[in-house]
Design a protein around this ligand. Structure first.
Ligand SMILES: [Zn+2]
Length: 203
């Protein structure tokens, strides 16, 4: 804890003081152009890896960066609530679902992890596991893991596209959806930028 308070002290003495004008402006409101849906994983920090300033990206983090299906059933939908706010109130122009290598949520999906919440949460990505197994089998576990991470991104993007107010805005050209993948080990960024569903390295 001391390490974090010291970290805050340093932030306050340096970054905060050097950017007072920006923080004064941000205190009036936020107008991010992009939403990033990322994993909770402590190694994947969207603000850091995209070199984004406060106010630039509206970030949601959950286990394995999943977007659940649109299901307005009155239950507690933290992810869908954040997406609704970003799209309908902030009018973001881009939503990036950011996957990453070595994802623990995907490890849980490929294993037998259940738990009170993680098992049921990861169940929505089961078609990704099935698709990955069909593509590469289970002999090379590392490759299976990676393919499953990429397939799971596709499921999240497909689910996202089914939210009615997302669909409307995408059709009107006011919103674009993207699947990106951060390879922690190699430092590479893959995207589906060509719209084919094939991930290609951009950096
Ligand atoms: Zn993860």
């Amino acid at each position: 804890m001391r390490r974090l308070i010291e970290g805050y002290r340093l932030f306050h003495q340096t970054y905060y003081q050097e950017h007072r004008e920006m923080f004064d402006q941000l205190a009036l409101g936020q107008a991010p152009k992009a939403m990033v849906i990322s994993c909770c994983d402590s190694r994947v920090d969207p603000g850091l890896i995209f070199n984004a300033a406060p106010g630039e990206i509206f970030t949601l983090r959950n286990v394995a960066n999943l977007v659940p299906p649109y299901s307005p059933d009155g239950n507690y939908h933290g992810t869908s609530a954040a997406i609704e706010f970003a799209v309908c109130s902030l009018n973001v122009e881009h939503i990036i679902v950011l996957g990453h290598a070595r994802c623990g949520g995907i490890t849980a999906l490929l294993g037998a992890h259940e738990g009170d919440f993680i098992g049921p949460w990861m169940r929505m990505a089961e078609p990704a596991r099935d698709a990955a197994l069909a593509q590469v089998g289970d002999a090379d576990h590392e490759r299976l893991h990676r393919v499953c991470e990429l397939e799971s991104l596709k499921i999240s993007l497909a689910n996202l596209a089914e939210f009615p107010w997302v669909r409307e805005r995408v059709a009107a050209g006011r919103l674009a959806l993207h699947g990106w993948y951060f390879d922690i080990e190699k430092g590479e960024l893959l995207t589906t930028g060509n719209g084919s569903g094939v991930f290609e390295r951009v950096v």
